[in-house]
Design a protein around this ligand. Structure first.
Ligand code: ADP
Ligand code: ZN
Length: 731
């Protein structure tokens, strides 16, 4: 039974939580006409008006005569109780102040503006024969977005033209102008359209997921299967079932560039597109999606981690694809892991979660082992495709010229593929030309002025770039340290340098470089990926970007240039990450009906991680990893938090760190220990020094509670900042 929503009549005292940094809801009077609990409102705060949500009854501890009324109630469905509980619990878990949490849930431009008619522009049916460059750009934007309509200002901005250019095209009939309500409804998805005929494995897995949705209630399932085994096909059937039972579904992808392919598959399966939510979506589209999701009119949303905070009317299914991907961890602002938040929200909602991966995170693997998550496994690739044969190339035995990274063995393998008209991928997880620029006169490396990082040469751009803060500067000809000219030299390979080598070694081949920084927009990248998939290149040189789920049917060989790269460093997760990344990259080969092969260049073929990657006894690998973590008492077998302190004065930051470490009473009460302070994994960013304390506690201990009490006793002076990172990625 559903409780009737709480209503506050005009003049009643209500507590409104705002997005302003205040530690609790403030009292206001309900406006004329009253308001519901959860209503989005605008309230006066000092001289300003701010956005807020009616959070409950007022406290009444403020002079009643001075309590001001709510300015207006916004035209948006009130926030549901489930969402308020979710925000509260997420705030408690991540130790985030509520206003910051609320901001995540109100990230819709023009929230609450009432729908009204306005003019929109889409592709017209006449194609004029002579066009100026500006006009051509307008038409290109409209074609790229296939059928979508834009407002005048959006269209002009996206095409980089003035609005008169658009108007001119309207006169010619090349662009159509129409009236539209502010929110255009989304086309309906039809779960009854025939899906693909599933294999026995797939059908069995799909049925388990469907049954979960029919039963209702919370449940999390790990859907494990090698790349190409049909995980997407299977979870699309879970989406179909969610739609059948009248609930909404959310699919999270780790990378915007993957949305395009996924959207196509949704369209093929359900006859219409899903709503999209990520940074590449226009403001108008976002506003529309936010509202439609609240009305239940957007049945399926595909998006980035922030889509978790959309006001779904009745969310029944959350899929987290490539659940192990590190991009699910938000590392700026509110520090949360979208995978964990998905499970939290679903448990509150009574929804199903599907965590899909070929190489699950150790956390998820352990939860499945412990029986907290259901586990479904697809063991073979779809169709004829078999997993690539994986071999190591022992670099100690290869003869390599200086400045070359493709071993003779790998070179012969690539040559053989090229002769058959197939594609080869050379993988190196380093953007730019060379990771280090060294002065041969003074021996100094060029570093970033603001960060504790090297500047990386990007030869295509003719600039040096800091991968930490994004700062770039022209490539110098004289050394910034010693002033000697002409002695700067690149050291080590990046994708661009590898591309140069490939072009020299295989002069006949068409070489394509896929690296996120080489594309101005998600659209350009998507176009390039499609071109390559269609055979528009012979050799693909790529960074981590290519590892993520793209389909290259002609690709039959993957050469990993430096399989040891991720194994260096003291990070306890290094082994897990390398295993995941190598497995995933290798999975790019031989997806269709051609046998694939993966070759790993390594200096330590006997390393346990390399052996696990090659040998394929995954369970043994995970069990060994689990044992190590258990012994170290780290997640998921213990609890951990990072306290990141930052400021411009390094001594002050360390002083604060030492003071915190000394005042560890609240932590000792729960048996937790504090380590540090030590320089954070990224020790300096944008001129701010970062220092980290690590707190370790036993599994099941009330860590957040103790942390909150510990931190509360400190006042931050000057520009010092403190951020809590629960379950840090590196430890
Ligand atoms: P994964 O998500 O595990 O990487 P996909 O679902 O993307 O796997 O499947 C890999 C490829 O095989 C896709 O092109 C998909 O359409 C195809 N495929 C998988 N299962 C089937 C099936 N039962 N019938 C037809 N095609 C399938
Ligand atoms: Zn920098």
């Amino acid at each position: 039974m559903v409780e009737p929503p709480t209503f506050y009549p005009e003049g009643a005292l209500v507590g409104v939580l705002t997005t302003q940094p205040l530690d609790r809801p403030l009292d206001y009077k309900a406006p004329e006409g009253g308001c519901f609990l959860g209503a989005f409102v605008e309230v006066p705060l000092g001289p300003r008006r701010v956005l807020g949500v009616v959070w409950g009854p007022g406290r009444g501890d403020f002079d009643l005569a001075k309590v001001r009324p709510v300015t207006r109630v916004l035209d948006a469905a009130p926030m549901r109780e489930e969402m308020r509980v979710f925000l509260r619990r997420a705030a408690d878990y991540t130790l985030t102040p509520m206003p910051a949490m609320l901001r995540l849930a109100t990230r819709a431009p023009g929230l609450g503006d009432s729908p009204s008619m306005r003019k929109v522009y889409r592709l017209g049916d006449r194609a004029p024969d002579r066009l100026t460059e500006a006009r051509t750009r307008v038409l290109e934007v409209l074609r790229d977005y296939g059928g979508l309509a834009f407002t005048l200002s959006e269209l002009a901005e996206m095409a980089g033209v003035t609005s008169s250019v658009v108007k001119g095209l309207v006169k010619l009939g090349a662009v159509a102008e129409e009236d539209s309500p502010r929110d255009m409804p989304f086309p309906l998805l039809d779960p009854e359209l025939p899906g693909k005929a599933l294999t026995e494995d797939q059908a069995a897995a799909a049925e388990v997921l469907r049954a979960g949705l029919r039963a209702g209630g919370y449940g999390t399932t790990l859907l494990k299967g090698v790349t190409g085994s049909g995980k997407t096909e299977v979870y699309l059937e879970a989406v179909a079932e969610a739609l059948r039972v009248g609930r909404q579904a959310l699919v999270l992808l780790p990378e915007i560039a993957l949305t395009a392919e996924f959207t196509k598959r949704v369209e093929a399966r359900f006859g219409a597109r899903a709503a999209e939510w990520h940074s590449g979506v226009t403001m108008t589209e976002r506003r529309r999606t936010w509202r439609m999701v609240g009305e239940g009119a957007a049945q399926l949303v595909v998006g980035a981690r922030s889509a978790l905070f959309l006001p779904f009317r009745d969310l029944g299914l959350i899929v987290v694809d490539e659940e192990h991907d590190t991009s699910y961890k938000q590392e700026d602002g509110v520090l949360y892991n979208a995978r964990d938040m998905a499970v939290l929200r679903a448990s509150i909602l009574g929804a199903q979660v599907v965590l899909a991966s070929a190489t699950p995170s150790l956390e998820t693997w352990a939860n499945a082992e412990a029986g907290k998550y259901r586990r479904l496994e697809l063991t073979s690739r779809f169709g004829e495709a078999v997993l690539p044969a994986m071999t190591a190339i022992d670099m100690r035995a290869e003869q390599l010229e200086a400045g070359r990274w493709v071993s003779p063995t790998l070179r012969r393998a690539v040559q053989a593929r090229l002769e058959k008209g197939e594609q080869a991928l050379l993988f190196i997880n380093r953007r730019g030309y060379a990771p280090v620029t060294l002065c041969r006169a003074c021996g100094q490396q060029i570093g970033c002025d603001h960060c504790d990082a090297r500047m990386v040469e990007h030869r295509f751009l003719k600039r040096l770039m800091c991968h930490q803060c994004g700062e770039t500067k022209p490539m110098p000809t004289v050394c910034p340290s010693c002033g000697v000219e002409g002695r700067l030299a690149p050291v080590g390979p990046g994708v661009e340098r590898l591309a140069e080598e490939a072009a020299a070694v295989f002069p006949e081949a068409r070489v394509a470089v896929l690296s996120s920084d080489l594309f101005g927009s998600a659209r350009a990248l998507k176009a390039r990926i499609e071109e390559i998939a269609a055979g528009g290149a012979d050799i693909v040189i790529g960074t981590q970007l290519v590892a993520k789920g793209h389909n290259f049917p002609l690709l039959t060989l993957v050469g990993v240039i430096d399989a040891d790269l991720g194994l260096q460093g003291s990070d306890l997760r290094a082994a897990e990450r390398t295993f995941q990344l190598m497995r995933q990259v290798s999975g790019r080969a031989g997806r269709a009906d051609r046998a694939g092969e993966a070759m790993l260049q390594t200096h330590q073929p006997e390393h346990p991680v390399i052996r696990a990657i090659l040998g394929g006894d995954e369970e043994a690998f995970w069990r060994a990893e689990a044992r190590e973590r258990e012994q170290a008492g780290v997640p998921p077998y213990g609890r951990m938090a990072g306290i990141i302190l930052s400021g411009t004065d390094v001594a002050q930051v360390f002083d604060l760190g030492n003071a915190l470490a000394r005042a560890d009473g609240p932590l000792r009460q729960i048996g937790a220990r504090v380590f540090g302070p030590a320089p954070a994994p990224i020790a300096r960013v944008r001129g701010r020094h970062r220092v980290r304390l690590l707190v370790k506690a036993a599994k099941g201990s009330p860590l957040q509670d103790a942390l909150a009490r510990w931190i509360a006793s400190f006042r931050l002076k000057g520009d010092l900042r403190l951020a809590v990172d629960i379950d840090p990625q590196t430890f």
